[in-house]
Every structure is written in C-alpha cells, then in structure tokens.
Design a protein around this ligand. Sequence first.
Ligand code: 5AD
Ligand code: FES
Length: 351
Amino acid sequence: MDTRSSELVSKLAEDHALALAEYEYLAANLADDELREVLAEHARAAREPIYGHDVFVRGLIEFSSFCKNDCYYCGLRASNRACERYRLTQEQILSCADMGYELGFRTFVLQSGEDPHYTDDLLVGIVTALKAAHPDCAITLSVGERSRESYARLRDAGADRYLLRHETADPDHYASLHPASMSWERRMSCLRDLRELGFAVGAGFMVGSPGQTPATLAADLAFIQAFQPEMCGIGPFVPHHATPFADEPAGTLEQTLGLLSIIRLIKPNILLPATTALGTIHPMGRELGMEAGANVVMPNLSPGDVRSKYLLYDGKICTGDEAAECRRCLEMRMARCGYNVVTDRGDPRSA
Ligand code: 5AD
Ligand code: FES
C-alpha cells in the first residue's frame, strides 16, 4: 500500500469524509490486498461500538416479477419475454410475513419490479394490513419510482423505510445503464421526496456495472457522504443471459468488499447489507461482507414456487430453499464467523 492510500484511509476513518479526487484514488486501488485489509480493520472498529457483533435480518418478500422498465442490466426487464411473471396476492404476502414472524423477523422488505398493477390503493391496503397484523415490525418498501403523492400515502399507511438504489451518481453513466425513458434526475428527486416524507431511505449501486470507473464510483461515494442515507445496498453486478449486458464481466469480490468498508467509514451507523449478489459471486461472499463492515443480511421469505422466477441476474443463490432453511442457514453462517443474528426491527443505532 502506498503512502497516499494509507493517509487517505486514516483521514476517512477520522473525518468520515473525503474529497472527490481522494475517493477516486481509493476506488482505483481496491485491488491492493493490504489497502482492503486496512480499510476493513477500520470499518470493523467503526462498527464495533455501535453494533458490536449484532447482525440485523430482514425478511425479503419478492411479491411481483412484473416490471414496466427495461434496465439494461436486469433480468426482470420488460423485454425479457422468457422471464416468468407472477404476482402474490395480499393474502399470500401476509401469510409469508406470518411465517417470517414465527422465524424471528421483525422487518419485512416488500420488493417488486415496477408493476402498475399495484395501484396506490392496493399497496396502501397491503401495508395497512401488514402493519395491523404485526405492529411491532418495520415495513420496508422497494417498489421503485412513484409519485410523491403515492409515497406520502404509503408513508401514512405505516411504511417505515424505502429502498431505491440510485444505481450511479453519474448522470451519463446512468444514461448508459437505462433506456431514455428513465431519468437520473427523476431518480434523485424520488430519493429526496422519500427523505422529506420521513422514510428511512436506502440508496445504493452495483459494483462493476458496465461503464463504471473510479470516477463514477467516487461520485457514488461523495453522494453517500452528502445524502447520508440510513441504508446502502451494494453488491456486484452479475450478468443475466437475456439482457443487453449478457456478455459483460461481473463485478469483483475485492472491489465490493473494499467499497463496503469505505461506506461503513463514511457513515459508521449505516445499515449495510451483505447482499445476495455478493453471496452469488463467492460461496463465502456474505461472511466476507460482514468482515468488511456490513451489518445486515436479507434472507429470502418468498414462497418456494416463485423464487426461481425472481431472477435479476444469473446464478442467484437461495432460489431452491424454504424460508426456514434460509434463515437457519444464515444464522449458522453468521455464528461461524462470530456474528449474532438478532430478533429486532433493526433500526439504526446512534453513533
Ligand atoms: N446484477 C446485480 N444487481 C442487479 N440489480 C438488478 N440487476 C442486477 C444484476 N444483473 C440490482 C439493482 C436494483 C436491485 C433491486 O438489484 O441495483 O436496484
Ligand atoms: Fe438462503 Fe443460505 S441464506 S440458503
């Protein structure tokens, strides 16, 4: 590791902030094993006084695989005619959550493609019923871009958190990942609306998406620093065979781990998942993610018969398992590397 890297890590650990050019320098050097190890040590030290060895779990319910968008990277894109589409009814969603509750989940993440079938009335009904059934649980929505009015109604109905990855903080890069019908400005304005409406907000991006450079990554890190999201979802880009990016290389384990550590240092109490995509590119990816500074895992609670239809990328793990199995497996994996899965809503703790 060179002197500049070493100085930048110390500065980041102390100030929780760097300049754009400094983030770019670190992002360009994440192949350096020693740099990543030092970043990870600082990241664990920053996490320790806040979260100790606790890991938060979120029960992920993938309730619709329909999507009106056509993102170039995603297997659920509308142009993928081979993708089998399904929708869960309110009843099915609630019964998934009931099972999750029994398994100790106190946060449910309702995720779907951007599916116009779920009108505001329908989603408000689902959130209201879920909140009534499990008032001690947090509800996280991850259903894409909607109007401010729609977000406001969902918030009023009891939704606590919202995940909407910004995907990239560089507008030109954004335009190269999405068709012209999608806009970076609108995505940013959705994130601002969610924040203003009082949601705990999750941003995030893929690591190694086509066209990503140390400069675009620096923009992502500067965005995280400025926006201070409560949560940040990052995982490697993994190609899906039926998308325009089928032949692009996947993001690397090393770069993802290095970025997890940097994000922990930018915001020590951030909720940072070791994602399924990370577990997909390496058999110990999620464990390594914890060692790099993550503190959240999101086992799949979706019904067994639909799981293999919610394929954002090829090779996705956990598509053949039952919810209870997934939960047990993760608990064991976490225990083996010294972490303790807690039965808790898992709100951010104060730094
Ligand atoms: N590889 C990795 N992550 C992906 N996502 C979508 N497609 C892929 C892919 N091919 C991520 C996006 C999206 C989130 C739900 O999943 O960042 O916001
Ligand atoms: Fe799903 Fe291990 S986390 S089977």
